[in-house]
Design a protein around this ligand. Structure first.
Ligand SMILES: Nc1ncnc2c1ncn2[C@@H]1O[C@H](COP(=O)(O)OP(=O)(O)O)[C@@H](O)[C@H]1O
Ligand SMILES: [Mg+2]
Length: 240
């Protein structure tokens, strides 16, 4: 066996994880309940479920914004429980690009500055930040709106800026929580196409949605209910 290449660990390896909240003394909310989920490098997965089913809680754990109250989570083979908060934000910044329903752009600064921000955290110099932010904005078709403030952009354009910000550090994992929830059908199609293209480039894409037609774009659909995985299946898309 010696000399054989070691298989790459899954990007996301969640084992028997739970996340409980205690909003008051005598109330326990089981937002995630004994979830085991493994996602390999390069997969395109949709996580579905009705409101309150635990989608955002799962996304926050996958994205290392939160930790399970029980069970284990490894990101790229790294057990996140044993990492200091500073190193965790560094890991997050390098490995994961986040996209949110409400875009979460910094309001009173340009599209370009918004996209440069994660590069500043990563410690890159000014010229390099500018070059990479311009590249990312051009990649999402926003090269002609770089000096605009978020308030001067449509929802679809703001989300494309947010996608540029998510990919500017070249992360291997893209996490999107209802990225098309605030968009019209035209912008929805644009953003989903960009996510498909990122996946075709080899990035792992995990997309949270409650819309069936959005989930149908993914190769695998995981359905949550009451904090548990109800279904985990490969879609027709995978056979195509
Ligand atoms: N900070 C919190 N405190 C208490 N309960 C919470 C908190 N965050 C989420 N919950 C509860 O956990 C469950 C799952 O929430 P969430 O993950 O946001 O669901 P979804 O994203 O699918 O709508 C819900 O019952 C919600 O009310
Ligand atoms: Mg949610």
């Amino acid at each position: 066996m010696s000399g054989a290449a070691r298989p790459r660990p899954p990007v996301i390896d969640i084992r028997r994880a739970s996340r409980t909240y205690r909003p008051s003394e005598d109330v326990i909310v089981r937002a995630l309940d004994d979830v085991t989920l493994s996602i390999a490098n390069g997969e395109h997965v949709a996580i579905m479920g009705s409101s309150g089913s635990g989608k955002s809680t799962l996304m926050n754990i996958i994205g290392c914004l939160d930790t399970p109250t029980a069970g284990e989570y490894r990101l790229d083979g790294i057990d996140v429980r044993h990492i200091a908060e500073d190193d965790l934000s560094d890991l997050r910044n390098r490995k994961i690009g986040f996209i949110f329903q409400s875009f979460n752009l910094v309001p009173r600064t340009s599209a370009l500055s918004n996209v440069e921000l994660p590069l500043a955290y990563a410690g890159l110099g000014r010229a390099e930040r500018h070059r990479r932010a311009v590249d990312a904005l051009q990649a999402v078709g926003m090269g002609d709106r770089m000096e605009h403030y978020p308030s001067e952009l449509s929802g679809g354009q703001q989300q494309r800026v947010a996608v540029a910000r998510a990919i500017v550090c070249n992360p291997s994992l893209i996490l999107a929580d209802e990225p098309t929830g605030n968009l019209d059908s035209h912008s929805t199609a644009d953003v989903l196409q960009i996510l498909d293209d990122l996946n075709d480039d080899g990035r792992t894409v995990v997309l949270i949605t409650h819309e069936v037609d959005v989930a149908a774009r993914a190769r695998r659909v995981v359905r949550l209910g009451d904090g548990r995985i109800l279904e985990d299946r490969v879609t027709a898309q995978a056979a195509a």
